[in-house]
Write a protein that binds this ligand. Sequence first.
Ligand code: ATP
Length: 238
Amino acid sequence: MADLLELKHVSAGYGRIEALSGISLTVPEGGIVALLGANGAGKSTTLNVISGLVPATSGEVRFKGRAISGERSDRIVASGISQVPEGREVFRDMSVQENLAIGAQLRNDRAGISADIEVMTGYFPILATRFKQMAGTLSGGEQQMLLIARALMARPSLLLLDEPSLGLAPLLVKQIFDIVVTLHREQKLTLLIVEQNAAVALAVSQYAYILENGEIVAEGPSADLANDDAIRRAYLGA
Ligand code: ATP
């Protein structure tokens, strides 16, 4: 499989704090890759560098073979990368329908947008039943689903998912990941998933990286990492 996304020796930080120290990773087209690690390891920073929200101080991000480091985040979205940020920031005083429409704001194919809203409510039926409801009144799990659906309204080829399981009950986590895997299969979506819930992330991904203090300390096929005792003890809380 060709690489859809490639990070080469990327560093980034906030003022004098270095959050990423020269990380390299690849996401093959059509794959699901997990990025694991403890609080503060640099996982969100990695996604924010890819989506152009945090500048890389060195190194390079390539998407579809083109260097995108330094581009504006709206250009990056337009090129096919959507991010579902951590912490469920829906537009609370707008309806589910309006939130979905905002996800398509860089598109102008009205018929295609309406059709995609139908597609999304097909994958997430709960959003159809809450269509006119204010997003701020949705449950945590429903808001997470809305965020994923909203990001997909931009028709990305790469979806960056930041901690989709955060604060959700196990049954809901399973439900959301089941839908994500179905979307991956049916919509040919490539995924980079950041998770603290390593068990779930390793179960759905083919390949995984483990970040610690801004460096990649382990990587490999997800099944191998899940079965490696040293990795399990050191990083996966086993
Ligand atoms: P979490 O799971 O807690 O979100 P993470 O692995 O996503 O953790 P990051 O959020 O990328 O980690 O943070 C990496 C480092 O950068 C941490 O030391 C964090 O304190 C620091 N950091 C993150 N955002 C900022 C910011 N806006 N200003 C200053 N420091 C920041």
